[in-house]
Design a protein around this ligand. Sequence first.
Ligand SMILES: [Zn+2]
Length: 235
Amino acid sequence: MPFRKLVAGYEDFHDAYFRSGNPVYEQLSSMGQKPEVLVIGCSDSRIDPAILTNSQPGDIFVIRNVAAIVPPCESDSRHHGTSAAIEFAVRQLQVKHIIVLAHSQCGGIAALLSGSADNGEETSFIHNWLATLEPARDRIEREFADEPQEIRTRAMEQAGLLVSLDNLMTFPWVAEAVESGALSLHGWYFDIRSGELQSYDGDSKTFRDVLGADALPVEELEKGCCRRGCQSEQL
Ligand SMILES: [Zn+2]
């Protein structure tokens, strides 16, 4: 996409949301944001959570990073951008749902599997970032050693998503909100080629089409919403 198309795109956006009299930004400006959902997705240009879910301004709070990774809670003086944004979403915005959104053909996961990010340069950050998933990678490489590369890669993309869900629970305020029923965690996996969106089912430990009637942990969702006095039944 040529850079100048961004300016033309902004003009279209401005027409649609400001010149047209659409009140959405005026309302969001005067009332502030109150998104109910945090989406943690990959920086990949093909996986925009707002486009994928047809969300409107103010609907979802979004964090994007390489491979949609949630690092473990680490109390040190280093710079934890993803952790800070999760903290803001959970403690200040009090989101009711967190979705970790992984996807097929993920360049970060491919780099993890190939080892290509480990270039030894002190000013390279990707290798250290991906290292969170190395134990899962070692397990996948053992368990899927005889499978085709495509199968092994998908297994790693989905295993990384589960690591991130586990890591979310290492943040004390996330664990507390989940245990109180105020917050639900979800693992979604988007297939770029087919367009299918799957949701992780913790009971069967499988990924199911998100449009399926039993794809969402409904009981957990309802419990979380009811305890917060929320009127919505689903996302
Ligand atoms: Zn990716």
